[in-house]
Design a protein around this ligand. Structure first.
Ligand code: ATP
Ligand code: IP8
Length: 264
């Protein structure tokens, strides 16, 4: 089984208009998967992109639920609006996959996971496992979450993948981004790292400026790299450009162009 994270930067322009969706790219991703399914099982996890992040930021969901009624009430509304925006993104994914003949099935993340400070504290994967057995393609997404410490939180798609990798031990985890892989520096300036040993990730994190870009509330590339370090305990990890046709297929086959972190 392979887990594919479709980054928000791949299916939408995060700095563009609210809820813009690159349907052409998502359909092409689905077409690439068609060549491997059902010999290979897949779980898709997509990010927030221009759907979830603007609401999450506007309503400061990551600050948690405050004590006073007025502010908490507004936060609850924001929590709901963020989730609904993610459901709209998810519906677009399911439509695109089904149109290519793939039995993609929406799994509403905030009904499956409970977090503690944004990390999964509890997750019920029974339905996801059964869906895989029955040859469905579960599609999860970065979402809001009920949080044990803060009341409400944002659960990043990258955190979900770490939990899925730990519990389900996939053959491979592939992160699709809008750049060719992980760079030792800024994309386009630094060198593209084709083979990244797990033990070098900490030093790389120190060399990179870990600031979040645009309206991303979940930490951008640094969060992704920290999670990749954990995922590599359970699975091979790839970072490839989801905007370039064929790169996902290359990562699935194992001869692709991008960054590969070998499983330990
Ligand atoms: P989302 O979290 O919404 O799903 P995503 O998975 O597409 O989004 P981002 O959080 O946007 O990913 O992170 C990918 C972005 O990180 C790329 O667009 C790239 O420009 C930026 N980036 C910054 N530094 C690096 C680096 N050293 N290597 C690779 N990408 C980097
Ligand atoms: O884009 C964040 O998920 P990510 C989801 O995978 C929301 O980090 C709701 C902002």
């Amino acid at each position: 089984m392979i887990i594919v994270k479709v980054g928000g930067s791949v299916f939408s322009d995060k700095k563009g208009k609210a809820e813009n969706f690159d349907g052409e790219t998502v359909r092409r991703i689905a077409k690439e998967i068609v060549n491997f399914y059902p010999r290979e099982g897949f779980i898709i996890v997509h990010g927030g992109g221009s759907f979830g992040h603007p609401y999450a930021k506007e309503y400061r969901i990551r600050d948690g639920l405050p004590g006073d009624w007025e502010t908490a009430h507004l936060k609850r509304i924001g929590f709901t609006l963020t989730h609904q925006a993610m459901l709209r993104a998810n519906a677009r994914f399911i439509e695109a996959f089904v149109r290519e003949g793939l039995p993609a099935f929406s799994v509403s993340t905030s009904s499956v996971f409970i977090t503690e400070n944004g990390e999964v504290a509890y997750g019920d994967l029974e339905v996801v496992e059964r869906l895989l057995e029955l040859k469905f393609i579960p599609v999860l997404f970065g979402d809001v979450s009920i949080d044990l410490a803060k009341g409400v939180e944002i659960l990043s798609g990258d955190q979900i993948i770490t939990y899925l990798a730990k519990m389900l031990e996939p053959n491979k985890v592939i992160f699709l981004m809008d750049v060719d892989g992980i760079y030792d520096g800024k994309p386009g300036e630094g060198r593209l790292i084709q083979n990244l040993p797990k033990e070098e990730i900490l030093a790389l994190l120190e060399r990179l400026h870990c600031t979040s870009a645009g309206t991303d509330v979940t930490g951008g590339i640094c969060n992704k790299l920290r999670e990749a370090k954990k995922i590599a305990e359970h699975s091979e990890v790839w970072f490839v450009n989801g905007k370039v046709p064929g790169r996902l297929s290359g990562a699935i086959r194992g001869d692709g162009f991008g960054t590969r972190i070998a499983r330990e």
